[in-house]
Design a protein around this ligand. Structure first.
Ligand SMILES: [Zn+2]
Ligand SMILES: [Zn+2]
Length: 324
């Protein structure tokens, strides 16, 4: 009987749950519990947060199953009619598939932070103020609507079958489970090659120097190649979450709050250019647009050396997409 790759994540569920059990035990033995009025330890498990993550995982799995029903025939059609390469079955083909999909994942993930339509789905993954292995489960059922599956179409053009595409997408996602932890420090030379817990803690942080960095799926090389890599600094501990906190453990609110905010912004924009920008510009475009409008009322000219009234020495990332 052949294993259906679509069930990979469910098949690995016992491994994931065992790791979560180990992490919770490890944290309870190594990190002293904070006083009730102190800031909660972001590594620790809290029932409302963990249950929200579990609910989001189940919702995401259901949506993903439905999405493959649409996506797989599209991949099959492209594979049959438009493929540019035919691979001999074997390790070389799988290695090429792994590299190609991991690069496309980097593109997808970076776009998910810089295009609001995609961010509306991806924000779910970033909206907890905690970071532990259960945070990996925190996914959006809206990814199929946002169009995540379209990013893998080039793999069909490159000669990979739908079954191979589904398998490698899920292997990539399964790997990423293991980088959502504060229980593991830096991993030496592995930091140069692979996405690691340290590298991904930076990605989940909203500190000015960390925000919108380290988009890696499996390989760290893309961030280093394309200039989005930042190393975790022991003197600047990651502060997890989004800039405007969600302040809710309701999985429905986590899933839809940014879609609703985006719809409201779309409706209130005065013309089609700005309506389209509300959907497809960077997630903070509307706020910048509003600030610019206000500035034009209160001050006749934008001061020289600023970008949307923001001091020029700020990078894009400092006012990045975690503004939801
Ligand atoms: Zn992200
Ligand atoms: Zn993550």
């Amino acid at each position: 009987m052949q294993f259906d790759a679509q069930w990979l994540l469910l098949a690995l569920a016992p491994v994931f749950l065992a790791c979560i059990g180990w992490e919770a035990w490890h944290l309870s033995h190594t990190r002293p519990r904070t006083a009730s009025n102190a800031t909660p330890d972001s590594a620790r498990y809290a029932w409302p947060d963990t249950l929200c993550n579990a609910a989001l995982a189940l919702m995401h799995q259901g949506a993903d199953k439905l999405a493959w029903l649409v996506a797989v025939p599209v991949y099959a059609y492209v594979y049959r009619h438009f493929r540019l390469v035919s691979w001999q079955p074997g390790l070389v083909a799988w290695f090429a598939l792994f590299i190609g999909q991991d690069l496309l994942y980097y593109v997808f993930h970076r776009a998910s932070h810089r295009v609001r339509w995609l961010w509306a789905a991806h924000v779910v993954h970033h909206s907890s103020v905690r970071l532990n292995l259960s945070t990996a489960f925190r996914q959006s059922l809206m990814y199929p609507v946002a169009g995540m599956w379209l990013f893998w179409v080039p793999l069909a053009m490159l000669g990979f079958t739908p079954e191979q595409i589904v398998a490698i997408v899920l292997v990539n996602l399964a790997f990423q489970f293991f980088v959502h932890t504060q229980a593991v420090g830096k991993l030496g030379w592995l930091e140069y090659v692979f996405n690691t817990p340290s590298m991904h803690r930076v990605h989940h942080a909203r500190n000015a120097r960390y925000i919108d960095r380290n988009y890696a799926g499996v390989l760290a090389i893309w961030d280093r190649l394309f200039g989005s890599y930042v190393e975790e600094d022991a003197h600047d501990a990651p502060d997890y979450g989004i800039v405007k906190p969600l302040a809710s453990c309701n999985p429905l609110k986590a899933t839809f709050h940014e879609w609703l905010a985006m719809a409201r912004d779309f409706a209130r924009m005065p013309d089609w250019r700005s309506r389209l920008a509300a959907l497809f510009a960077p997630p903070d475009w509307c706020e910048r647009h509003d600030a610019l409008g206000l500035a034009s009322v209160t001050a006749p000219a934008t001061p020289v050396g600023t970008r949307y009234g923001v001091p020029e020495n700020n990078t894009e990332g400092e006012f990045g997409s975690r503004n939801s």
